[in-house]
Design a protein around this ligand. Structure first.
Ligand SMILES: [Zn+2]
Length: 211
């Protein structure tokens, strides 16, 4: 069931590792197939040892439809996000260190770099602390999403999302790159902000990018 989609998720998991967005078995990737079928990475398994049979198919209530593994312990939060953000088909949760570090200090990461604006869309809000593995994490993501494709969870990590796997993955990777640049610049001085007009002008800048 959904082999092609599971393969794509596995590839994205390895990208998360390659770009240092997670350690060991942290984080997760989930995908909406339709209103009754969701793919979720398993709980507590090393990504490099995972194969497509380890990815669990669940229904909208979290009941397993296919798979022998226990799905990610964030399942309630993930299904809450899918239910309340109808344009979102893929959610990526990471503990990426630079963006998470900014969440400990700031209320948001400003949209101060073109790649951040292109991939994430807008300033990224920091949601207050909530217990991990709890639906509260999903409620905060919906509440703090704004126009961005990411929310930073204070004392925890990051959730990115998009209409497809590429959109959610690019948001996570470019968010981390932007957050790293922001942290370096912050050590050297004050960071100038872009105006609303400039952010608007840059948004959609990827329309002519790529093959
Ligand atoms: Zn987490």
């Amino acid at each position: 069931m959904f082999e092609k989609e599971k393969e794509a998720i596995l590839k994205a998991c390895l990208k998360m590792k390659e770009y240092h967005l997670i350690s060991l078995s942290g984080g997760n990737i989930s995908m909406r197939i339709d209103e009754n079928h969701y793919l979720i990475t398993p709980s507590g398994m090393l990504y490099e040892e995972m194969n497509i049979d380890d990815i669990v198919v669940v229904d909208e209530k979290g009941n397993t439809i296919e798979g022998i593994r226990k799905p990610s312990s964030d399942i309630d939060a993930l299904l809450y996000i899918f239910k309340n953000m109808k344009d979102v088909n893929v959610i990526i949760h990471t503990h990426q260190p630079y963006a998470t570090a900014i969440g400990l200090i700031n209320d948001s990461l400003p949209a101060c770099l073109v790649t951040l604006i292109d991939a994430v869309g807008d300033r990224v809000n920091v949601a207050p602390w909530s217990k991990s593995q709890d639906i509260g994490m999903g409620k905060l993501v919906v509440e703090y999403a704004g126009k961005a494709k990411a929310v930073i969870l204070k004392h925890h990590g990051v959730v990115t999302y998009g209409k497809d796997l590429e959109e959610a993955l690019y948001a996570a990777i470019y968010l981390e790159e932007g957050a790293k640049t922001y942290c370096i610049a912050k050590m050297m001085g004050e960071i100038p902000e872009l105006s609303e007009e400039e952010i608007k002008e840059e948004a959609g800048g990827w329309a002519n990018y790529g093959q």
